[in-house]
Write a protein that binds this ligand. Structure first.
Ligand code: FAD
Length: 469
């Protein structure tokens, strides 16, 4: 690979890297004609992240069709001293899936086989490149569903979801991806294949390597297959959008519903300015006849219609302004769209800085009030958009009107989060975007342990250099 010029801000090398002839020949031998792509226009699609904030470049896209081919690619690249960026659906929001240093992009899309679903324990082994949407379709045929759901479901892959320990819309009830991983297959930075797809519920035979790969963001191994536990799909659902005058009332209400509503599956917060933006983009009607400063979208599921129990819980809620509740699929989807369209609508304003953070619940409301003030005190023309998974104390702080490589707001916000006892990454990972601030949440001893693990599994540092560590 030609030596790239130094990376500028969040833009990758200025020169377009090319593959050395002997490297190309060896990769072609491993991958066959369909597996190696060097057409610059095709490769370019894989070098920009979903937000458009991180733009890199790469000499090649490799598309292995099996675990053996992944191992072959890693072995060849390691021998040539060439680094690799694993890429699933490229929907990650922290710049971890794009080549910012001229790396080869290793796309998992051809390893996308699914099934069979075990009738006894509802487990399934899935190719890392299969999308969440494709898995959901297979699961539905068995009355089941994937354990994690998120708005990028038609593009995000199971490999990417395990690599980021994805959270999503139902963590409040079921927890993140790590809780549902029953087995893994991955290729480390040495080309070794680690395979443990037994799916045994009880299996205390040493280190939990699957747990380690989960959330490792492609820095320890390339996941090729994962075994996940599917969940029963409740027969009935009700969705409500609840308006509040104040943030602290909304947080207290969610805490009360967690105790009183057994089937609470989601509790998502959105604010008036975000709702206006989404409605203006979609052209949909406001479900209320007056605006509320704060809204919580709630989903409750059960074998019988949960709407009556939900209505009782709402009636007992302090500080509630107004609510709409529906059990009908069409109106439910329209309410969900108000929440799910936030990411896309904000992105359309220009590449945002995305700061996905968790706060202790007792600090959540004060943080949401403080953070827009803090942002404008640092960059007056910047604008803050807040939404997220309030049931988990997780708020997505999106800031528009900043240059891609201007990190002043990121620093101020992440320091505020850490000072309030929160986490600088709730569910998106550290990636490249937050690497500089890992020390805010992790001690030097912890980071030294991370580095030791990284060296053991990827001694030459060819897997996702510059991500996480
Ligand atoms: C509209 C929208 C909504 C979203 N909502 C949520 C949400 O609610 N919750 C949430 O957690 N995230 C959310 N995300 C972020 C994103 O969808 C998740 O992080 C998802 O898990 C990424 O999957 P992916 O296949 O796109 O991974 P990519 O973006 O391709 O990669 C993400 C990271 O994982 C690594 N990686 C990818 N595949 C592999 C593999 N096979 N082996 C090893 N490493 C790999 C990459 O190198 C990178 O570091 C959202 C994104 C969008 C665009």
């Amino acid at each position: 690979v030609a030596t790239p010029a130094a990376s500028v801000g969040h833009h990758g090398p200025v020169v377009r890297p090319t593959l050395a002839p002997d490297l190309r020949a060896e990769l072609e031998e491993v991958l066959g004609p369909r597996g190696l792509v060097t057409d610059p226009d095709v490769v370019a699609v894989h070098t920009v992240d979903w937000t458009g904030r991180f733009r890199g470049s790469s000499p090649a896209l490799v598309r292995p069709a099996s675990t053996g081919e992944v191992a072959g690619v890693i072995e060849v690249c390691r021998r040539h001293g060439v680094s690799v960026v694993p890429q699933g659906g490229n929907t990650g929001l922290v710049g971890g899936s794009v080549p910012m240093g001229g790396e080869v992009v290793l796309a998992l899309g051809r390893i996308d086989d699914i099934g069979p679903v075990s009738g006894l324990d509802g487990q399934v082994t899935v190719g890392a490149g299969a999308t969440l949407g494709a898995l959901a379709a297979v699961a539905r045929e068995h009355g089941l569903r994937p354990p994690v759901d998120l708005a990028a479901r038609e593009t995000a892959t199971l490999g990417g979801m395990v690599a980021t320990n994805a959270g999503g819309l139902h963590v409040v009830r079921y927890g993140p991806m790590r809780h549902h991983l029953a087995g893994y297959e991955a290729v480390t930075g040495t080309g070794a294949v680690l395979s443990h797809l037994t799916g045994l519920v009880k299996d205390n035979t040493g280190y939990d390597l699957g747990g380690l790969l989960c959330g490792s963001e492609g820095t320890l191994g390339v996941l090729t297959r994962v075994r996940v536990r599917l969940l029963p799909d409740p027969a009935a659902r009700a969705v409500g959008l609840v308006g509040f005058e104040a943030l602290d009332a909304a947080v207290a209400a969610v805490a009360a519903w967690r105790r009183s509503l057994e089937g609470l599956e989601a509790a998502e917060i959105v604010l008036r300015d975000g709702v206006e933006l989404v409605l203006a983009t979609s052209g949909d009607r406001d479900p209320f006849d007056r605006p509320w400063p704060v809204y919580v979208l709630v989903e409750v599921a059960g074998d019988d219609d949960p709407a009556p129990a939900f209505a009782d819980a709402l009636a007992a809620t302090d500080g509630l302004g107004d609510a709409v509740v529906t059990s009908e699929p069409g109106p439910r989807a329209r309410l969900w769209a108000i929440r799910e369209e936030h990411t896309t609508a904000i992105n359309a304003l220009g590449a945002p800085h995305k700061l996905d953070v968790t706060l202790p619940l007792d600090a959540f409301a004060a943080f949401c009030v403080e953070v827009p003030r803090l942002v404008t005190s640092v960059v007056p023309e910047a604008r803050t958009w807040l939404f997220g998974h309030v049931g988990d104390g997780n708020v997505h702080v999106n800031v528009t009107g900043l240059a891609p490589d201007d990190d002043r707001v990121d620093e101020a916000v992440l320091e505020l989060v850490a000072g309030a006892g929160g986490s600088i990454s709730a569910e998106h990972g550290i990636g490249r975007a937050k690497r500089r601030w890992l020390h805010l949440n992790r001690t030097p001893a912890e980071i030294a342990a991370f580095v030791a693990i990284k060296r053991a599994l990827d001694p030459d540092g060819i897997l996702n250099p510059g991500v996480l560590l």
